[in-house]
Design a protein around this ligand. Structure first.
Ligand code: 4AD
Ligand code: MG
Length: 441
């Protein structure tokens, strides 16, 4: 049996008992015969009170030495106190100083984001950052649960790869002994090999893109969850994606109330995220955008203002499907009419893709679609995209040995966490964001 150790998040179980807690000083103040400190132990915050005459005299004197973020050990009785952050407080009897912190750079006053990012290693101790990263951990857990419970096999794709998945303009290159290697932009192509071996799989890992864009939605290193399913078409793909998104949102909302409260997230907006989601073809979306005064010429990708307008129109996550093939990667199955037969050994007007746009400006959180499964057609597309057939020999083999319709998608973890937490920028949804001009700490 594990010894039950006191942690702030479990204070309720220790009401009326005398316990010892270890942690860091979040805040402190004194007023004559009574001194207060907020203790942070990693699991939560708790008010600790020292009354002159009731606590040890040494504790009362030592209190004067402690600074913000000093490490301490306090013992005392736990009681209910609605004014304490977690609802319980400690009446301190003894206080032991473990380490006196130097002048802590992050004070309760406002700091600029550049300063905070520079001190990211300390900033993660602050309440809002702490809460957002706890939500991230829960999102990861919910993602794995969803696929594990449905019998999908977790299938790890390599990070060091010899060829591109998502175009050659955002590749990070590195020397690989005597050859050139690239950091993976997506695990999809390897995921497809897994689907042919196991049926249903999911790749989950970091992906890299040399994005020069400085927006609230772009990182150069981000995590992607990529399920890939044999015998799935575009429709099956969207069904799985919407069930998945609903599961992740509802599971995390139900388990992370306290953290979402710290983040002041309006939960009514998330509770409303229920499948099915509206499905709109690219051509229909163009009309909606036109009506809303943010026109896009046919054949161009949607940007932030268009995604925001679609969010306002549908007030729910919305699928955009059948995009112009000219703006999509080489591996999509194509057709010339929405719902029409596939374009075989030729190019089609549309790609059988589906993107999921989150409401409130969080943008595209999922990109995916049905894959080209015909060998000759795929070879043609590889050529068209200026890629070398030789690099994709193993990928083409999937179309040589038991080729079947299959589909999959990739969900961006950080954008999903930004949406759930309501934080403005994806940089606050990952412990150490990597962006243009941000490599440290
Ligand atoms: O739409 P994308 O580029 O799709 C793929 O990479 C496919 N190969 C996935 C698949 O079908 N298995 O990227 C998928 C998602 C986007 O919808 C977005 O949520 C996220 O990955 N994403 C980014 N997130 C943060 N920063 C970036 N620079 C991102 N680029 C894509
Ligand atoms: Mg995309």
């Amino acid at each position: 049996m594990f010894k039950q150790i006191f942690q702030i998040k479990n204070s309720e179980k220790f009401e009326g008992q005398t316990v010892t807690a270890q942690g860091w000083v979040y805040q402190s103040r004194s007023s004559g015969k009574i001194k207060f400190l907020i203790l942070r132990d990693g699991t939560g915050l708790m008010q600790c009170v020292l009354f002159k005459g009731e606590c040890q005299e040494a504790a009362f004197l030592d209190f004067e030495k402690i600074t913000q973020e000093s490490a301490i050990e306090v013992s005392g009785k736990i009681k209910k106190e609605p004014r304490s952050p977690g609802g319980y407080e400690m009446g301190v009897q003894t206080l032991k100083i473990l380490h006196i912190a130097e002048n802590y750079p992050i004070s309760p006053k406002e700091h600029g984001v550049e300063f905070l990012m520079h001190n990211r290693h300390l900033w993660i101790r602050s309440q809002r950052q702490w809460a957002a990263l706890k939500v991230r951990a829960e999102v990861i857990k919910a993602i794995c649960e969803f696929y594990d419970e449905r019998g999908f096999i977790r299938f790890d794709a390599p990070i060091l790869t010899p060829s591109a998945c998502e175009g050659t303009t955002t590749l990070f290159g590195t020397d690989y002994f005597d050859e050139k290697a690239y950091l993976s932009q997506s695990g999809q192509l390897y995921g497809e090999t897994g689907a042919m071996a196991f049926g249903n799989i999911y790749v989950f890992g970091p992906t890299f893109r040399a994005e020069k864009s400085k927006t609230r939605k772009h990182l150069t290193e981000f995590w992607m969850i990529e399920p890939e399913m044999a015998f799935y078409d575009l429709d099956d793909n969207m069904k799985l994606a919407e069930e998945f998104v609903e599961y992740v949102i509802q599971t995390v909302v139900s388990r992370k109330h306290q953290e979402l409260k710290i983040l002041e997230r309006d939960l009514s907006k998330l509770e409303n995220v229920r499948a099915p989601f509206p499905r709109v073809s690219y051509d229909e979306a163009i009309k909606v955008l036109d009506k809303r005064g943010v026109s896009v010429p046919w054949g161009e990708d949607f940007g932030a203002p268009h995604e925001a307008a679609l969010g306002e129109e549908f007030k729910k996550p919305v699928f955009i499907h059948h995009m112009p093939s000219q703006i999509k990667a080489f591996y999509f199955k194509q057709c010339n009419e929405v719902g029409g037969p596939p374009a075989v050994k030729s190019n089609g007007r549309y790609a059988l893709g589906c993107d999921l746009i989150a409401p409130d400006g969080y943008g595209e959180i999922i990109g995916g679609g049905q894959r080209e499964d015909d060998l000759e057609t795929l070879k043609l597309r590889i050529q068209e995209h200026g890629l070398s057939e030789d690099d994709y020999r193993w990928y083409l083999d999937l179309r040589r040995y038991g080729s079947v319709p299959h589909a999959g998608f990739g969900m961006g973890l950080e954008r999903t966490v930004a949406w759930i937490t309501g934080v403005e920028h994806v940089r606050e949804t990952v412990p150490y964001p990597r962006m243009l001009n941000t490599l440290r700490p």
